[in-house]
Design a protein around this ligand. Sequence first.
Ligand SMILES: [Zn+2]
Ligand SMILES: [Zn+2]
Length: 254
Amino acid sequence: MKVVFLGVGEACDERYPNVSIWLRNHAEGADRSILLECGFTVPPLYWRHVTDPNELDAVWISHFHGDHCFGVPAMLLRFWEMGRTRPLTVIGREGIESVIVSGMELAFPKFMSRFEYPLEFVEAAAGRDLHVVGHDWSFAENGHGQPDLAVKITDGNSSLFYSGDGAATPESLNLARGCGLVIHESYMLEEVTAGHATVRQNIEFAGKAGAGILALVHVKRDERRKRSEEILQLAASVRDIRVSLPEPGDMVEL
Ligand SMILES: [Zn+2]
Ligand SMILES: [Zn+2]
């Protein structure tokens, strides 16, 4: 499983685009491509890598904040402009279809009826296991201001956990157990903030989960500007887990 960090930032960072993780894998006899999150700064990052409008199989949206879902209209529009024909699966919590359809109508009124590719919406919920685009998916509620689902995706050999936004919960920790890669929102280094996680908490979380790699994403812009060195020093001091603060374009192979 190839994991590319297209974007790693929070909502309003002028230096780091919105967090978005692109998974590519060969599963059940086919190449699979899945985008985790599609915030307003994400579509150009994807299009720098891809020229085939049919390449993407599925988009996962963890919660309905703009830095996680407001890029979907531009993505869908460009698929249509480039002549996409394959169905696109959009997975997200209850309400995903109405959020995406109304977002599309607001951004590009009446264009959706002209699409020549179907959109297939799949509703995710904590405790509801799914099998979508050749992978097993499971979910847990995370602790964020806007209801957010953490997700575990596995191909039977490798598994990854991605928190979406927010602080860990007992349920999200259970979900993360056994995942080789934990990608966690890390808003602050150590200052506890309601609805967000810290780097220190996430190192403990990844240790409990037994992860080999922890990727810290969605760091608050001022925190990343002022405290990157401290974060990197702390990361380097951790034994048994490879802790990374990815830059846009970085890749991990599981
Ligand atoms: Zn966010
Ligand atoms: Zn959020």
